[in-house]
Design a protein around this ligand. Structure first.
Ligand code: ARG
Length: 276
């Protein structure tokens, strides 16, 4: 027993010496810069608005969703550690602009307006808008939004889509901080329809059979759009993470995550084509 202990002490001493030697070497060539200690990547701060199921939402105190799993895969591929925080939608844009966070993932549509102030990755999901309304309201196209009370999430492309139909300053549009709140407003009768991203509309309809709502799309009025990771303008991480996202889309990881959340195969080629 005693003998074993002294072996342990000896090992600890030797290990200590090795560390000292290693440190010595490091300081020696420190001037040349690029040794392994300076290669360490920063922990990236990621923001989201977790009230947009199935892309990001809270479940027993945790942020979960398709975006959350995709983010994990992209970060692993790129070799970054990260922290994901539920900052909310409007604050997400402000935090990115102030560079308080490094990127956002939140089913964020890539569009020209936003490209003026932010950078985007390659696209990772195609979307269009849907109108959710109380069963029997008889809405068959976007034109039927005229003259009824509409709920949207403030500052989203759903807001833009509704405004395109009924006018930018229409007093019939109520803007909510989250899409979940817009749905609550509809359940309360404050609004008669909600315009939001198709997959989110379908998820709400499916998950709330008692709400007695239905959803329609109108491809004539609503364009197709694509989600991307969003970065502060000029971010040093855009290229790296965009490349990692492309790898994840190409190597089958994206398909796995997509299958898990949506139970069908993604159109990977369409995505890759849209990136060009
Ligand atoms: N795709 C829409 C947009 O970019 C809505 C996104 C809302 N996302 C969210 N997590 N609340 O404007």
């Amino acid at each position: 027993m005693k003998k074993n202990l002294s072996y342990i002490y000896l090992s600890i001493l030797l290990a200590g010496l090795l560390v000292l030697v290693a440190c010595g070497t490091n300081t020696d060539d420190g001037a040349s810069g690029d040794d392994t200690t300076t290669d360490e990547k920063p922990v990236l701060q990621v923001g989201t608005d977790a009230a947009f199921a199935p892309f990001e939402y809270m479940e027993t105190g945790e942020i979960v969703g398709f975006d959350v799993d995709l983010l994990a895969a992209v970060m692993e591929e790129a070799g970054y550690d990260y922290e994901l925080e539920n900052v909310g939608w409007d604050p997400l844009f402000a935090s990115l602009q102030a560079e308080d966070i490094d990127l956002g993932i939140s089913a964020i549509t890539i569009n020209d307006d936003r490209k003026e102030s932010y950078d985007f990755s390659v696209p990772y999901f195609e979307s269009t808008h849907m109108i959710v309304f109380n069963e029997g309201a008889g809405i068959t196209s976007a034109a039927d939004l005229e003259g009824i009370k509409i709920g949207v999430q403030n500052g989203t492309t759903g807001e833009d889509a509704a405004e395109k139909v009924v006018g930018e300053n229409s007093s019939n549009i109520s803007k909510y901080d989250t899409t979940a709140l817009a749905f609550v407003a509809m359940a309360n009768g404050d609004v008669e329809a909600v315009v939001t991203d198709n997959v989110v509309a379908a998820e709400y309809t499916k998950n709330n059979p008692d709400a007695n709502v239905e959803a329609i799309t109108d491809t004539e009025s609503f364009d197709s759009e694509f989600y991307g990771l969003m970065f502060p303008k000029g971010s040093e991480y855009t290229d790296d993470l965009s490349a990692a996202l492309t790898t994840v889309i190409e190597n089958g990881t994206y398909e796995e995550i997509y299958q898990e959340w949506f139970g069908k195969e993604p159109d990977v080629d369409a995505l890759l084509n849209a990136a060009e």
